[in-house]
Design a binder for this molecule. Sequence first.
Ligand SMILES: *[C@@H]1O[C@H](CO)[C@@H](O)[C@H](O)[C@H]1NC(C)=O
Length: 340
Amino acid sequence: MRFRLLNLNVVILALSQIAHAIPAPRARDDSFENLRGLTRLQIDRSGKEGDPPDKYFHESVFHPHYDGRFANKVQSYNSRIHALTHLIRTYLSFTHSIGAETWIMHGSLLGWYWNRRIMPWDSDVDVQVSERSIQFLADYYNMTVHTFNVPSFSEEGNGEVDGNGEREGELESRNYMLEINPHWTNPSVEDTLNVIDARWIDLSTGLFIDITTLRRERTAEKEGLQGTMMCKDKHHYKADDVFPLRDSVFEGMPVKVPYAYGSLLEEEYGIDCLTNTLYEGHRFDPEALAWKRVTDHESPRTSPGWYPDRGRKPSRFRQSTKKPGLKDEGHAVPGSSLSF
Ligand SMILES: *[C@@H]1O[C@H](CO)[C@@H](O)[C@H](O)[C@H]1NC(C)=O
């Protein structure tokens, strides 16, 4: 498999992108009722009932990385990769077209580091935005739906594109919605129920991108300490580690990455994350420049037992603490229930 960069232009660059605002719902919420016409489901599968009232985003009852207003099941391995690939590509296309500043972080940055692609075992995508960008998105784009043509996916797959079930030359249209958490204006890390500031949601699979805002640390600034930044998920950064952002490519799309990506990754996932070629049931194939699933006869016992979550701050599991241990179908890794 070759690192595909050029053959992707088929899709994104020819995207028809239609944004239309949804009529403002009466109630100040994101309820299932208000989304009729956008969702295929008859029954809300979000965990809203069990969530504290102040929590804005409700993950599904069946998996923390799915939006239960739009999906009632986890996707297969290939379908998830397909969906996540096009989530990030459409998000980058959209933010680029409106001039919103954004860059990849966490597991997505690690995937970028290895081969400029998402990691096949990941079940979400992580990006950050600047404070000015989240303000802009909240002011003008909350609840907007964007239609893109993406390559059709077939569960059988014909292997023509990456063996991931994309049908060469066939497109299907998918809707994506940007939703901004009204609590984004509260910068306090005490607001632990609302650490995700916004989501870019694939309305056909319920998978999404978590968007967090990188904020100035105003309390530290008052005490004379300059140049530190943070997100509500309690990650702290030196402004110099993030800015100036570098230009690169991710999943075939122009992307920004933080300046000191190597040290940010080592700090988050441990020093091995940049060298270890075996984890989460996948081995990095340097010739193909791809993570390949380890087959059953390659014993997991040869794995050093290293997982990228090591070194991760506990808060990284974010809003999902009440539904741990769920895995996507197709994850064949014993002993690993954490995800990025
Ligand atoms: C976005 O729209 C939803 C649905 O109307 C609303 O509940 C939410 O408060 C809005 N977010 C912002 C930042 O205004």
